[in-house]
Ligand binder design. Structure first.
Ligand SMILES: *Cc1c(COP(=O)(O)O)cnc(C)c1O
Length: 387
């Protein structure tokens, strides 16, 4: 471990990174790694993509920050691009996934309050992850994150993901919102069932509450569709975005449809840094690159290729339980200890991250090429052979 003054909140690898390019990162000793973590689904175009560095370079010489007391050309431009890609009406910009979820939770509370004083219950999913602030943590359905920080915000209720009967029992006229990840990321790459989402959509309409999809990890092309909700044919009232949106530069956003949008008025929510022109210029360049370079097709094609190889490993060796996920949001459920597996891959120069109880996540950049996919797969096979 390096000697340093960084607070002890992460279980970090003993490595100091200094450079990155494409799907590769380099540590302080010059050792090269293939990065299948991508800053946890953040660096969607890989490291230091020229579209991003040139947007940063250009915008840093024009306008970096002015506050949301004013409009900027770059914020208007980015909101237009997001709305054109979505089924929604308006955007609120913030700086992270947690902040996007906070904004969505507040929006649902306000939506409820406008109907009646007691309409404030928020339903969330067991095994979910929505962030670490008090609001987002209150709807994160994992005891290990919540337990030391109680009391959390009141009037939230957890239900089992993909269990229609449970949410039918929980939802009522006093419910203002339902929040879920269409694909639970941190919880172990668990996909929603299409029928479940259709039924939750119907219930939210019946009880007049907002359906919020946290697409912080699964959005921005990660599943092969720009928004994860497009895979299910279910359109939420609010979509939460961050991670891949800035391709490595911090930015978050929520998209709201007409009925959700109407609940917020002047003064209801805000952010000093949210949607500053530098962040918006970078995000705008990320969206252009994803759309104009057909990166979604690459995600679909290379995902099939990787899944095929992983399923082949599953047949050939007895350490893999299941291959899960969509697009380049993939999970390998292991029969062996995932932490040890990840460490062995790390030592051989492949970065991977765990999820859930025993899943290894593969989150390579969306513009991954076959050569780098093969390099990562061959390290994975080498490590599998050691068991
Ligand atoms: C990472 C993540 C968050 C939290 O985002 P931050 O940018 O770390 O605040 C929230 N929801 C999901 C689904 C995530 O994957």
């Amino acid at each position: 471990m390096p000697e340093c003054n960084i607070m002890n909140t992460y279980n970090r690898f003993a490595v100091i990174f200094t450079k990155g390019y494409g799907s590769r990162v380099f540590d302080i000793n010059g050792k090269e790694y293939i990065d299948f973590v991508s800053g946890v689904a953040v660096n969607c175009l890989g490291h230091c993509h020229p579209a991003i560095t040139s947007a940063l370079n250009y915008q840093s010489q024009n306008l970096i920050h002015v506050s949301n007391l004013y409009y900027t050309d770059k914020q208007i431009e980015l909101s237009e691009k997001l709305i054109n890609l979505s089924h929604h009406k308006s955007v609120f910009f913030c700086n992270s996934g947690t902040e996007a979820n906070e904004a969505a939770l507040k929006l649902s509370r306000k939506y409820g309050k406008l109907k009646k004083e007691t309409k404030s219950k928020i339903i969330y999913m067991k095994n979910s992850f929505h962030g670490r602030t008090m609001g987002a943590l209150s709807v994160t359905g994992q005891i290990k994150y919540q337990t030391d920080f109680s009391p959390l915000i009141p009037n939230v209720e957890a239900v089992t993901f993909n269990d229609i009967d449970e949410i039918k029992k929980a939802i009522d006229d006093n419910t203002c919102g339902v929040i879920l990840e269409p694909i639970q990321g941190e919880g172990g790459i668990i996909c929603a069932e299409k029928d479940y989402l259709l039924e939750v959509r119907r219930l939210c309409d019946t009880f007049d509450c907002l359906l919020i999809f946290d697409e912080v990890q699964c959005g921005i092309g990660r599943t092969g569709k720009f928004f994860a909700y497009e895979n299910f044919g279910v359109i939420p009232d609010v979509v939460c975005l961050a991670k891949g949106l800035g391709g490595g530069f911090p930015i978050g956003a929520i998209l709201a449809n007409e009925k959700a949008d109407a609940a917020f008025t002047k003064g209801d929510h805000g952010s000093t840094f949210g949607g500053n022109p530098l962040a918006c210029a970078v995000a705008s360049s990320v969206l252009d690159e994803i759309i104009n370079k057909n990166i979604l097709n690459n995600v679909i094609d290379i995902s099939l290729y990787i899944k095929d190889k992983l399923n082949h490993f599953k047949e050939k060796y007895n350490v893999i339980d299941e291959i899960k996920g969509l697009g380049l949001l993939l999970g390998i459920n292991l029969k062996i200890d995932s932490k040890g597996f990840i460490k062995k891959c790390f030592d051989k120069g492949l970065l991977l991250v765990g999820a859930g109880s025993n899943t290894v996540r593969l989150l390579p950049p969306l513009n991954l090429n076959y050569k780098d996919a093969d390099a990562a797969l061959s390290i994975i096979e080498e490590v599998i052979k050691e068991y």
